[in-house]
Design a protein around this ligand. Structure first.
Ligand code: NAD
Ligand code: USQ
Length: 387
């Protein structure tokens, strides 16, 4: 298939592009390198050194003989989005290209507005381009488990059968997310479902859990093919941060009571889920939702698994929660669709030992300890004035 990966320079986009290319697909990547700019803005960076997109693509071609085409530009620029889709002519578009850190979206008004504009406008441009240029294109859109929040009922895969006053209907699952970033994904989901209804678009919305890990079969082929590995308090996700804190001998920073439960997935399962979604497309007019997560743990359990897996002494620190989130709640989610397509999940405890700790050890000298400390507080987003 011809597959266009939007956000193909990012943590997940780059390994996905290589994974699909290695399995015989014709792949192109689109990116505006804004993720590298956030590093400059925040004074942070990837634990593992990463090459420019140009070098990555050259090394991939030298290593495998397979070509990945590249388009540099911003998805919020409609002309650029249309032109790229027209020129490459994809059968599938995989859409990773959004601002994805909840804390970044909660810094202040400017960052909240940027996040929602970037994410929602970019997705609208892709939808309209698909509608106008080729309605056969299947969009595989990255959503997030956080769209659902922590409801007191079971989380279904995107849709809910409801009975009310003696009548029944199938409705989009009600969402109550916990940041302006997570809200941008909800708005995307609603826009996309509407596009499927009115124009017959075909869309798979992948509500992905928190990703952990840094290595895939392809990134391991050459150090210059590595993907980024974030540990700072804005972009670093919880398990990656805990693993890095363990190796550095720092206490694992559990926010609040640690009773919050979250769904997670190994990066090697992410790339496989994308392949499965692309190769088994949604029907014309179908808004299909998969919950792309394999295990769930409370934060305290995650800290315990990391501490028990690490061969040295590890302490856990319960820090004042900078976020506003429910700490005691019910959590149960359905995740059968991807397994029924053939996904065989990796387990957290195996990944920590087999790859994460070793990679971190190798690059531990690059860590800026200041970047580990949380600085963005949800309640303060409206008190810090920015132009
Ligand atoms: P990332 O920030 O590393 O990658 C996103 C890429 O998109 C970056 O390279 C960035 O430069 C690019 N981008 C952003 N806005 C763009 C625009 N307007 N035009 C062109 N390119 C643009 O993020 P990631 O961790 O790889 O996440 C990828 C996707 O997966 C995101 O949509 C995210 O919401 C979703 N997701 C991530 C996780 C996770 O734990 N990392 C979990 C669930 C869902
Ligand atoms: N947390 C800690 N300690 C830390 C960092 C985080 O206890 O040092 C807690 C947070 O309070 C939160 C949980 O861990 O309860 C998850 O935080 P996170 O930063 O790992 O994940 P989140 O903000 O939800 O965002 C990440 C990705 C985002 C993706 C989402 C999937 O950045 O792109 O959409 O995971 S999900 O959580 O399923 O919505």
């Amino acid at each position: 298939m011809r597959i266009l990966v939007l956000g193909g320079d990012g943590y997940l986009g780059w390994p996905t592009a290589m994974y699909l290319s290695a399995r015989g697909h014709d792949v192109a990547v689109l990116d505006n390198a804004v993720r590298r700019q956030y590093d400059h803005e925040l004074g942070s960076g990837s634990l593992v050194p990463i090459e420019s997109l140009r070098t990555r693509i050259r090394v991939w071609e030298e290593t495998t003989g397979r070509r990945i085409e590249s388009f540099h530009g911003d998805l919020t620029d409609a002309d650029f989005a249309y032109e790229t889709i027209r020129r490459f002519g994809p059968e599938s578009i995989v859409h990773f290209a959004e601002q994805r850190a909840a804390p970044y979206s909660m810094i202040d008004r400017k960052h909240a507005v940027y996040t929602q504009t970037n994410n929602i406008v970019g997705t609208l441009n892709v939808m309209f381009a698909m509608g106008e240029l080729d309605r056969d294109i299947h969009l595989v859109k990255l959503g997030t488990m956080g769209e659902y929040g922590t409801p007191n009922i079971d989380i279904e895969e995107g849709w809910l059968e409801v009975e009310h006053n003696g009548r029944s209907d199938r409705v989009l699952y009600p969402k109550r997310p916990g940041s302006f970033y997570h809200l941008s994904k909800v708005h995307d989901s609603h826009n996309l479902e509407f596009g499927c209804r009115i124009w017959g678009l075909r869309v798979t919305d992948l509500n992905q859990g928190i990703v952990y890990g840094q290595q895939t079969e392809e990134t391991a082929l050459d150090a210059r093919l590595a993907t980024r590995f974030d540990y700072d308090a804005v972009f670093g996700t919880v398990l990656n941060r805990f693993a890095i804190q363990a190796v550095l001998g720092r206490p694992l920073s559990v926010y609040g009571a640690g009773t919050q439960t979250r769904a997670v997935i190994d990066i090697r399962d992410t790339v496989e889920c994308i392949r499965l979604a692309c190769e088994n497309p949604a029907e014309q007019g179908e808004f299909r939702v998969f919950n792309q997560a394999t295990e769930s743990f409370s934060l305290a359990e995650m800290a315990k698994i990391v501490a028990n897996s690490y061969p040295g002494q590890v302490d856990v620190e319960y820090v004042d929660n900078p976020r506003v989130e429910q700490e005691n709640h019910y959590y149960a989610f359905t995740h059968t669709a991807l397994e029924s397509l053939g996904l065989e999940p990796h387990l957290l405890s195996d990944t920590l030992l087999t790859s994460m700790f070793g990679i971190i050890e190798q690059h531990r000298d690059r860590v800026d300890l200041d970047a580990l400390r949380p600085t963005v507080r949800w309640r303060e987003a409206i008190s810090s004035r920015s132009s």
